[in-house]
Design a binder for this molecule. Sequence first.
Ligand code: ZN
Length: 203
Amino acid sequence: MKVIAIGRNYSEHAKELNNPIPDKPVIFIKPDTAVSKNNRPFYYPEFSSDIHYEIELVLKIAKEGKHIAPKFASKYYEEIGLGIDFTARDLQTELKSKGLPWELAKGFDNSAPVSDFVPISDFKNLQDLNFSLSINGELKQQGNTKNMLFSFDEIIAFVSQYITLKKGDLIFTGTPPGVGKINIGDKLVGFIEDREFLNFEIK
Ligand code: ZN
């Protein structure tokens, strides 16, 4: 399986990093070795001193598809969960300044903790879905899918023009504003609406 992620999908987050608002989705990929499950602790890697959290809604692809039309895109996901797109911001800034790909800053081991997945039918309206991240009991990020620049269906239609989606692939759908640095000892708790999906520690 692969993890496909979309950058800058909430304009307020693009602005906080001084990035332009994109007119097409900004896509990157994390390898399967980035995925971490079951609330395993995250071990702060040695190559960075500025790892950022980014809370994101994650779709699980239900069947193989390519060149998916937007109107059929919703047939390709049945489950949703929550994930963190850990980013080595220092490394990313350095690579970006040199015009180099950011792969290492986004794709390192365990950089994509994900929750269990639940049926999308558990939620009334995917176009108006709240999610949030608290660290040590303090609310850090709060998002709602109505503020996405590109909807779930638009992301799937766009990506599948280039990359075949396979059953089990995960799509990280972008982070709202409020990203920041994690520290050893932090406890991260993530919610979709008022339901807890993630709860793990930084070690
Ligand atoms: Zn992200």
